[in-house]
Design a protein around this ligand. Structure first.
Ligand SMILES: [Zn+2]
Length: 385
C-alpha cells in the first residue's frame, strides 16, 4: 500500500484493532480489522480502505438522512445547544470573504445543510452542490434548482466557474484525494479559494480508529497535499472548529512544477505524537472490560454519548445487555436505539442507575459531564476513556 498523498510505500503499521470488528463513522459495525499506517514521507496517517468503497458511499452511507433538520450537536453552552451546521456557517463567514453573487460549490456535500443554512442568511450567494451519490437529491431539491448540482462526474461547464469551493468533513473519506483536488482546482477561477474542515486526530483521537476514515491528515501532510496540488497561501487552524482542522488555500496563479516533502524533523515530531494516540487505542479495550468486571454482576449501567466514542465502549463490553440506556443531549437521537438500548436525555436517566460509562472525546469529557445539572444532583460514578 502506498501513501494517498505522496505515493511513498507505507511500511510502518502503528495500529491494528484487537478484533476483526471495526466501527464506521456512522457507528455501524464493519467486519474487518482497522489498520493504520504512518507515512514517513509526508507525515500522513492512513488506514486501509474499506472494501467496495465507491459502493459504500453511493448506497450505504446514510449520514443524517432521517430528516432535513437532523444535525449533530457541536457543543452545549449554558444549557443551550449549538448544532454543527450553524457553527460551520459561522466559521465559513468569519474566514472567507463572501461577496454578493459569488459562486460557491460544496464538494462532497451530502445533505449540504451548511449551504442550505448559508443561503438563508445570504440569498445573494449562488450555491452549487456535488457528491458521489444521488441519495441526497431529495434534500437538495428543497432549496436549490436542479441546474445547481451534479453527481458522480463534475460537468465541464463548471471549469473555472467558482470563486469558492468548500469541503466539510469529506476529504478524510477519499481513497484518492488528489483526484478531488484536481477537480476542485479545475472548477475554481484563477486565485479562487478552497476552504474545508477535516477531523483532527490529535484533538479528536477516535478519528484514528474510524474505519471509513482512510485519511487522518496532520497539518504537515495537509500542507504537503495542498501545496503539491496547485494551492498556495495555505492557512490551517486547529481552534475554529473543535476536534478539527480548518483550512483555506488559494489556487496558484501559475502552477508550480516541483513537489516538496516536509523536513524529516517535522515528520519525526508528528510521528511521536501519532504513536501516543495509537498506544492509547491499543490499551483501551481491556481498560473498558476491566471496568465492566468491576461493576456488580447484577447491576445495570448507562453509557453517556450516542456518538462514536459511546458506540466504541458498547462494542468493547462483554455483556452489552447490561446497558440500561444511552444518554445523549442531541434531541434528534432521542427515541432511537443503540445496541438495543434506548437513547434518552440526561433527565430521563432511571433512578436505579448509579454507574455511567462516558463515551465522549477524552479531551472534553470531564468538563461536559460536570456541566450537566441533572447529574450533579445525583450520586453517580463514572468511567472515562
Ligand atoms: Zn505520504
Amino acid at each position: 500500500m502506498n501513501c494517498n498523498l505522496c505515493d511513498k510505500p507505507l511500511t510502518d503499521k502503528i495500529y491494528q484493532s484487537e478484533t476483526a470488528r471495526s466501527l464506521t463513522s456512522l457507528c455501524t459495525l464493519y467486519e474487518s480489522s482497522t489498520q493504520v499506517y504512518f507515512c514517513h514521507g509526508c507525515a500522513h496517517v492512513q488506514s486501509i480502505e474499506i472494501a467496495n468503497i465507491d459502493n459504500y458511499y453511493d448506497s450505504d452511507y446514510d449520514i443524517l438522512v432521517e430528516s432535513v433538520e437532523e444535525d449533530q450537536v457541536y457543543e452545549v453552552v449554558n444549557g443551550s445547544t449549538i448544532y454543527r451546521t450553524e457553527h460551520q456557517v459561522k466559521t465559513l463567514i468569519d474566514k472567507v470573504e463572501l461577496s454578493s453573487e459569488m459562486k460557491i460549490l460544496d464538494y462532497g456535500c451530502a445533505k449540504s445543510s451548511t449551504m442550505r443554512a448559508l443561503i438563508v442568511n445570504r440569498p445573494d450567494i449562488q450555491a452549487h452542490l456535488f457528491d458521489v451519490s444521488d441519495r441526497y437529491i431529495p434534500f437538495w431539491e428543497k432549496f436549490l434548482s436542479n441546474d445547481r448540482w451534479a453527481t458522480y462526474v463534475v460537468p465541464g461547464t463548471w471549469n473555472g466557474f467558482f470563486d469558492v469551493v468548500t469541503s466539510f468533513f469529506s476529504l478524510e473519506h477519499m481513497a484518492h484525494p488528489q483526484n478531488a483536488l484536481s477537480n476542485i482546482l479545475q472548477v475554481l477561477k484563477p486565485k479562487g479559494i478552497f476552504y474545508g474542515i477535516i477531523p483532527n486526530v490529535f484533538t479528536n483521537t477516535a478519528d484514528m480508529i474510524v474505519v471509513d476514515h482512510i485519511n487522518h491528515f496532520t497539518d504537515v501532510s495537509l500542507t504537503c497535499l495542498l501545496r503539491n496540488n496547485g494551492f498556495e497561501d495555505i492557512e490551517i487552524d486547529d481552534k475554529s472548529h473543535r476536534g478539527a482542522l480548518t483550512f483555506k488555500a488559494r489556487k496558484e496563479a501559475v502552477r508550480s512544477a516541483d513537489d516538496n516533502l516536509p523536513a524529516p524533523s517535522e515528520i519525526q515530531k508528528v510521528f511521536n505524537e501519532t504513536l501516543k494516540i495509537a498506544q492509547f487505542w491499543k490499551s483501551i479495550d481491556s481498560k473498558v472490560r476491566d471496568f465492566e468486571r468491576s461493576i456488580q454482576y447484577n447491576e445495570r449501567f448507562a453509557i453517556y454519548g450516542a456518538g462514536f466514542y459511546g458506540a466504541f465502549i458498547a462494542s468493547c463490553l462483554q455483556q452489552p445487555e447490561r446497558i440500561a440506556c444511552v444518554i445523549d443531549q442531541n434531541p434528534f437521537l432521542h427515541g432511537r436505539e443503540m445496541n438495543g438500548a434506548s437513547i434518552v436525555s440526561p433527565i430521563e436517566l432511571p433512578d436505579d442507575i448509579k454507574v455511567i460509562l462516558v463515551g465522549l472525546n477524552p479531551a472534553h469529557a470531564r468538563k461536559m459531564i460536570e456541566d450537566i445539572p441533572e447529574f450533579s444532583r445525583r450520586q453517580l460514578s463514572y468511567f472515562f476513556l
